[in-house]
Design a protein around this ligand. Structure first.
Ligand code: TYM
Length: 329
């Protein structure tokens, strides 16, 4: 079976619908055909200022959400990144292969480091994409299911794997991004030309948010001053985003939705989306609460995952360390 690795940061109280449609839905589906490794990337979460207690809580909430969404810890290796030393061990070698300018061209770093000036931007935020490359390469992953915003980091990962292989001999598998076009970029409800993100909660649709509040958010989503329900990303980004969401949750194609909304208004579209959303998250929230009621069991699942992950990733580290000329222990 081909291998998959992906990761998600425990940096918010809830995942949002962009995380789900851009990545997590594919995580669940790929379990049927691939050997899957899924990581809650807490090392990445400390690249910006954080609260330790909150990080610990959010790591468990992240695990509970993944399990509730259908990540099966028997079929997938579900683990917390900091519990597997191979990630940081491999990351150092990858840092030494990365050009300073090359790292400086990462657009996510440029976006995130803008605020607060140079002394508020950690070196960890700068090397973040290199740690991400190590996450992927440590498992010799063939495919990496992510949203569009991760494409550049995957390109760096591929370049680093190829660079390592050409300098030290074939060692690392060169991974392919797995990005589904229809859901690669979900937009903010209140600012539909911007990507939905954990850092602008005003326009994000969160899996664990109060259902009534989410219904309200959907109903006040920004659209446009026309009346026609038509998919047109350029001129009607808000309506197009709502159509995309409704299309995936109902399994109806966008052209079919356009036909069925002829003569109807934005209120109808929003009402229908609100309803499918409520139907989706209500049982999900109950399942998450169930997992969170037994944190010891959650921690046990994650420890078992870390042991399995370590067994695989430490082999790559041993191979890489030998190839670069370190003495073997
Ligand atoms: P993170 O935690 O920001 O997001 C998790 C996943 O959600 C996707 N995503 C979106 N997809 C569509 N529309 C959106 N609006 C949207 N917002 C987020 C992201 O593309 C991602 O797939 N750097 C990664 C975490 C990471 C990782 C890895 C991923 C660390 N190591 C190794 C893959 C492999 C990140 O910040 O994801």
């Amino acid at each position: 079976r081909p291998r998959v690795l992906s990761g998600i940061q425990p940096t918010a109280d809830s995942f949002h619908v962009g995380n789900y449609l851009g990545a997590l839905r594919q995580w669940v589906d790929l379990q049927a055909t691939h050997e899957t490794f899924y990581s809650i990337v807490d090392l990445h979460a400390i690249t910006v200022e954080h609260e330790p207690k909150l990080l610990r809580q959010r790591t468990r909430v992240a695990a509970a959400q993944l399990l509730a969404l259908g990540i099966d810890p028997e079929r997938s290796t579900l683990f917390v990144q900091s519990q597997v030393p191979a990630h940081t061990q491999l990351s150092w070698v990858m840092e030494c292969l990365t050009g300073f300018g090359e790292a400086g061209r990462m657009t996510q770093f440029k976006d995130k480091s803008g605020k607060g000036g140079a002394d508020h931007t950690s070196v960890g935020l700068f090397t973040y994409p290199i740690l991400q490359a190590a996450d992927i390469l440590a498992y010799q992953a063939d495919a990496v299911p992510v949203g569009e915003d991760q494409r550049q980091h995957l390109e760096l990962t591929r370049n680093l794997a190829q660079r390592f292989n050409s300098r030290f001999g074939k060692t690392l598998r060169v991974p392919e991004p797995y990005i589904l076009k229809a859901t690669a970029k979900i937009y903010d409800l209140s600012e539909p030309r911007a990507k939905m993100s954990k850092s602008s909660p005003g326009g994000s649709l969160d899996l664990l948010a109060d259902v009534k509040a989410s219904v309200k958010k959907i109903k006040s989503a920004v659209t446009d001053t026309e009346r026609e329900i038509r998919y047109d990303e350029e001129n009607k980004p808000g309506v197009s985003n709502l159509l995309s969401l409704l299309s995936v949750f109902t399994g109806t194609s966008i052209p079919d939705l356009e036909v069925s909304y002829q003569g109807k208004g934005y209120g109808d579209l929003k009402g229908d989306l609100a309803q499918v959303w409520a139907e989706f998250v209500t049982p999900l929230q109950a399942a998450v609460a169930g997992y969170l009621a037994d944190p010891a069991e959650l921690d046990r699942i994650l420890s078992a995952g870390a042991a399995r992950a370590t067994a695989v990733a430490s082999k790559t580290v041993a191979d890489v360390y030998q190839k670069v000329g370190f003495l073997t222990v």
